[in-house]
Design a protein around this ligand. Sequence first.
Ligand SMILES: Cc1cc2nc3c(=O)[nH]c(=O)nc-3n(C[C@H](O)[C@H](O)[C@H](O)COP(=O)(O)O)c2cc1C
Length: 336
Amino acid sequence: MSNPNKPLLPPPVPAPDLSVSLGRLRLPNPILVASGTFGYGREMVGFVALDRLGGIVPKTITQLPRRGNVPWRTVETSAGLLNSIGLDNDGIEAFLKNQLPWLKQCGAPVIVSIAGATQPEFVQMADQLEGVPGIAALELNISCPNVSHGIDLGTDPEMCRRVVAGVRGVTKIPVIAKLTPNVTDIVAIAKGAQDGGADAITLINTCQGIAVDWRRRRPMLGNVIGGLSGPAIKPIALRCVYQVRQALDIPIVGVGGILSIDDCMEFFVTGASAVQIGTANFADPRASMNLLAALPGALAEMNATRMTDLIGSLMAGAGAPAGELQKAAGNQTHAS
Ligand SMILES: Cc1cc2nc3c(=O)[nH]c(=O)nc-3n(C[C@H](O)[C@H](O)[C@H](O)COP(=O)(O)O)c2cc1C
């Protein structure tokens, strides 16, 4: 006989489908870690279950080793971090020998970030990586503010198109162009990347800024100008995602100031198919894992069962923030 006191359990809720597609690249979930903020992965082993990440973007590599810029190379600011690392890395040969073999056994898609000093150098590096097992995609860093040639290629739509097209011409690996916000018209640059054949674009790299020690009358960074990251730039990154999503169809990876699951959801709703966690990794190396754990709950709150239910679902017109209308109504009652 059935027990009448036994509570009726609700049917189990199926786990949401967290997978996303960036053009030809399919990722198990949309939580990635951003280049330059996660080393080459080894440093994070004690904190992050690497095989659970949607993707790892290791530190950008260049053709030849680079020592990077003179110190100081990082300064904390009131709502972010200013850095001028200057693409300090051991070069592509050392990456292939020492880092990739380890990275590719981690279990997460590895998106290799490359920066050429010129368009032909980008093409040469991509050619060298073509056919190398264990590379899920290439992220073209045409947006580093901290090297002399850094953003030149990413501030002109035609140069952007030529870099992407050149890389597409020599490799079958999916290509993501990482763009700089330090431009007048982000849509024009994104269109250049799309016309060049990019599978997706990453928005955004850091915003140029400086920090000053007024007592010593000196700039704080050895390179004077650096790239600002962290919470201060989230509205800029969201604006870039918004403008590109409104104008073009290319998949977008959102990055800039993401700390919380609310930040992630803002990017998804605005039009990003995936997000990268950057500066937050320095404040809390477990940040990416915490966000991944919180994602199913946030989807459920929106009655979404798949990421695609959410991506780009931003509605037209401003609405009062959730709860504000009720609060305003309450205040009115008290006031009257
Ligand atoms: C210390 C530091 C180093 C970075 N190095 C790189 C890099 O090598 N390549 C790159 O594409 N972006 C680099 N970035 C930019 C980040 O990947 C990211 O685009 C940017 O910081 C914005 O995201 P966030 O506000 O979440 O950090 C670096 C950022 C920081 C803070």
